[in-house]
Ligand binder design. Structure first.
Ligand code: SF4
Ligand code: SF4
Length: 326
């Protein structure tokens, strides 16, 4: 299947599958066969043992960069509002950056559906944001800007600690739920003339809290984080958030992506263990990659956790047209 179609299929909740040999490139088929030879199997297993017994614990390079990015971007809104700098006006959902209108794409869609008209400022803001996020990689918004992501990462860390002691369990849901929720909020905005999703979006709630101090919605954010700590790992981002889906669509043809190198991979699965959307990394399983180099799909948040954790450098950031930039 075409990689673009497959990337959308996965993003919309389709199940990953192991491709048949005829769905692979010849180079991938040869490499899979080579990796299955007894000598290569022995070397691979020895390398995995060495990895787990050795000093390698992964790096935090991209973690730290992302955390700084989220904090700095959200602080700019806060500082600009409180000290009247007028660099940025507004909050994450809708703002003006040095006079340019910017609008969160999902919020803009909801507003236009609710008002049932094309609002020029909003359309200009959306187009600007669309170009920016297409360039930097769609769901990069999630891991590099979204304030909820930072809290959800802390909740996920706690969830994993509790789960390791048997005090919490990860309940999974059908990922198609996110598409249903997406459609429901679109219909609700159109039918009620009110941007219903914005009242429960933790992204908007947190951004408005940081900038204007409106705290009531924090109770809802607390409920979501409690669910994620005790009941379902990354529940909101994995199964609900329409914003993540919107940016996923935007980034589906983005030049910025994470690239997988089949030749280097040991298939031990460290990357899938840390990833918020592990279905995009199914191709790292033994015998799954359809090509020797594969761009990770549109649902990838470009968070870099897999890049940080992979001991053999099989996952790297790539920007199409710029050779090995990072
Ligand atoms: S899925 Fe939604 S809440 Fe989660 S990081 Fe992305 S925008 Fe933020
Ligand atoms: S594939 Fe890698 S970069 Fe993409 S979301 Fe998963 S861990 Fe992050």
């Amino acid at each position: 299947m075409n990689r673009f179609v497959e990337s959308w299929r996965l993003m919309l909740g389709g199940k990953p599958y192991k491709p048949a040999p005829e769905q692979m490139t010849e180079a991938a088929r040869e490499l899979h066969a080579f990796k299955r030879t007894p000598e290569q199997k022995r070397l691979r297993i020895a390398a995995i043992h060495e990895e787990f017994e050795g000093e390698y614990k992964g790096s935090y390079k991209w973690h730290y960069r992302r955390w700084i990015s989220i904090i700095v971007i959200n602080l700019i809104f806060v500082v600009s509002y409180h000290y009247d700098v007028q660099l940025v006006e507004g909050a994450l959902t809708a703002s003006r950056f040095v006079g340019f209108h910017m609008a969160d794409l999902n919020a803009a869609l909801q507003v236009m559906l609710a008002y049932k008209e094309l609002l020029i400022n909003l359309a200009i803001g959306s187009a600007t944001v669309l170009i920016v996020w297409w360039l930097v990689g769609g769901r990069a918004f999630c891991s590099w800007v979204c304030p909820y992501h930072l809290l959800a990462e802390a909740a996920e860390w706690l969830h994993l600690k509790l789960a390791a002691r048997g005090w919490a369990k990860d309940h999974t849901f059908d990922r198609r739920l996110r598409v249903v929720i997406y459609v429901v909020f679109i219909v609700l905005a159109f039918a009620t003339g009110y941007t219903v999703f914005e009242t429960i979006s933790p992204v908007g709630i947190l951004s408005r809290f940081l900038v204007y101090g409106t705290w009531l919605g924090l109770v809802w954010v607390g409920v979501l984080l409690t669910i994620e700590i005790f009941y379902s790992r990354r529940f909101w981002c994995r199964y609900i958030c329409p914003i993540g889906l919107t940016y996923g669509m935007v980034g589906s043809t983005s030049p910025t992506h994470v690239e997988y190198d089949l030749a280097k991979c040991l298939h031990e699965g460290e990357c899938r263990r840390v990833c918020m959307v592990p279905h995009v990394l199914e191709i790292t399983k033994k015998g799954y990659a359809p090509d020797t180099r594969v761009a990770i799909g549109a649902d990838c948040t470009r968070c870099g956790m897999c890049v940080d954790v992979c001991p053999v450098g099989a996952l790297t950031y790539k920007v199409k047209g710029l050779d090995k930039l990072l």
